[in-house]
Design a protein around this ligand. Structure first.
Ligand code: PNS
Length: 159
């Protein structure tokens, strides 16, 4: 059984993330989405909320599981018995950082591969940060995040 982990902050999950999750779920037997709980920034959504949002939007994918982790990604991947880390690449700007992370993770555990998936072009400019900025200025979130979670994001910015 081939298990992949797809890690991130998911603050909040976007349609770009969901697209990668769906495509990865067709390639691997099991995809574990790992929500980082101790990122450097103060998140908009608490880790438990991010997990709940992800569970809500992936409920149609039976081989996708949502979990949270803190500490090293390779430790989480090992715990999940995953042989692959999935990363999405949007633009060339993502590449340098992701290459560094992939090489570091490979040095930490040579048995775990990082596999990159190119984002769908229609989502290449979407990021969780952009979504938050848009929401803060009461912009329209349609098409950027799953419909199911638009209300939850708006709630965070209601005056
Ligand atoms: O969605 P993000 O914030 O770009 O995701 C970044 C993430 C969670 C993939 C990255 O920060 C990560 O892997 N963090 C875990 C700590 C770790 O293993 N760092 C690399 C070795 S120091």
């Amino acid at each position: 059984m081939k298990t992949a982990v797809y890690p991130g902050s998911f603050d909040p999950v976007t349609n770009g993330h969901l697209d990668i999750i769906e495509r990865a779920s067709k390639i691997y037997d099991k995809v574990v989405v790992g929500v980082l709980t101790n990122g450097a920034k103060t998140p908009l959504f608490a880790a438990e909320e991010r997990v709940e949002l992800l569970k809500a939007v992936t409920s149609d994918f039976p081989n996708v599981h949502i979990d949270s982790f803190s500490g090293l990604l390779v430790d989480f991947a090992r715990e999940q018995k995953a042989c692959v880390i999935i990363k999405g690449l949007r633009t060339v700007n993502d590449f340098e950082y992701e290459l560094q992370m992939a090489l570091l993770n490979k040095a930490l555990d040579p048995n775990i591969e990082t596999m990159f998936m190119m984002t769908n072009t229609k989502y290449s400019y979407i990021s969780s940060s952009m979504v938050k900025e848009l929401a803060a200025f009461k912009g329209n979130l349609d098409g950027f995040v799953p419909e199911k979670i638009i209300g939850k994001i708006k709630e965070k910015y209601k005056d």
